[in-house]
Design a binder for this molecule. Structure first.
Ligand code: FUB
Length: 324
């Protein structure tokens, strides 16, 4: 592919890609942005998405096939509102779509829906995953066949409501030199429908081995977890939210700790930044989004892909997002 990023779905607004290779093809699981008319606020109410489409590609420069509606809010028994970033995993002949959605009390939970095909349609389970909370599930299969979910997001993603996996009476955002609120990691149960353990904190350390602090908003975790493995190392990547970067940290196992390494993507046009990293036919790609085609409307985002390159020491070459 050419060096510039390519817009993948020019006729519609798609964001928050999760990407996997299934049956030799790339499958993309994005959020489906729409104009709801809800004013923009820090709670993210303007991200009022109500369905998912799945896309596939046989080559990185080729046609992007839209497989149509894969799951919609009105078919989810426990639904309140807002289908945010989802992800998909394959095990034993079934595809599992993991999605965050507010329940009828306006609390984000993570649900799972099942299909025989990577493109769906997906049939939702009657209830959200027991013990789940917050947003942005990313599911990673390790080489031993274990599946792990990384999740969490601050502000509208409600992660600040939880301590030790329990909801607090009032949400507290950490400040200054306090350790940053961490993303969570949990191993999935063998049937893929639940958590096999209590979710754990995912700690990101600085170059001195100290946890990143809440005040370090150029580097600390905010939302949009992704995990990939490169040369035997575990690369946890994420958005810094209010500083609009995609950053990464490297560890020796799925749980970490992870050591901060640097910036993958500088800010894009639009408030949010979100991504997936995937190897396909011997090259690595960064799937992400920006709000250029919508004229900067942050809730109407467009899906993009560009090549991602590593240096010889395993660090990732920073990509220019073209924003501020
Ligand atoms: O799409 C809604 C939210 O915006 C996602 O869950 C976040 O990661 C951010 O991209």
């Amino acid at each position: 592919m050419k060096k510039e990023a390519r817009y993948l779905v020019p006729g519609d607004y798609m964001a928050d890609p999760a990407v996997h290779v299934f049956n030799g093809k790339l499958y993309i699981y994005p959020s489906h942005d729409r104009e709801s008319g809800i004013p923009e606020n820090d709670n993210g109410d303007h991200f009022d998405m109500c369905d998912y489409h799945v896309f596939s590609m046989e080559s990185i420069d080729g046609e992007v096939m839209d497989h149509g509606v894969a799951l919609q809010v009105k078919d989810i028994p426990w639904a309140g509102r807002q289908l945010w970033d989802c992800d998909c995993a394959y095990k034993n002949g079934k595809y599992y779509l993991y999605f965050p959605l507010k329940d009828q009390t306006d609390i984000f939970r993570i649900g799972v829906a099942i299909s025989d095909k990577p493109e769906g349609p997906f049939i939702p389970q009657p209830d959200p995953i027991r013990g789940s909370y917050s947003i942005d599930p990313a599911v990673f299969e390790d080489e031993n066949g274990s599946f792990y979910m990384y999740f969490g997001g601050l502000w509208g993603g409600q992660l600040q409501r939880y301590r030790n996996n329990k909801a607090q009476e009032s949400a507290v955002l950490r400040q200054g030199s306090e350790p940053a609120l961490p993303a969570r990691i949990v191993r999935l149960s063998d049937d893929m429908l639940g958590f096999a353990e209590e979710p754990k904190a995912l700690v990101i350390l600085d170059e001195k081995g100290q946890p990143l602090t809440a005040g370090d908003n150029q580097r600390r975790f905010f939302e949009a977890s992704w995990m990939h493995k490169y040369n035997g190392k575990y690369y946890f990547s994420y958005s810094t939210g209010d500083t609009h970067r995609l950053c990464y940290a490297v560890g020796d196992n799925p749980y970490g700790p992870f050591t901060y390494q640097g910036v993958i993507l500088t800010p894009v046009v639009g408030w949010t930044t979100h991504h997936a990293i995937c190897e396909f036919k011997g090259k690595w790609y960064l799937f992400h989004h920006d709000s250029v085609p919508s004229g900067g409307r942050t809730w109407l985002r467009s899906l993009k892909v560009c090549e991602l390159e590593y240096n010889a020491d395993g660090t990732i070459k920073t990509i220019d997002g073209g924003g501020e």
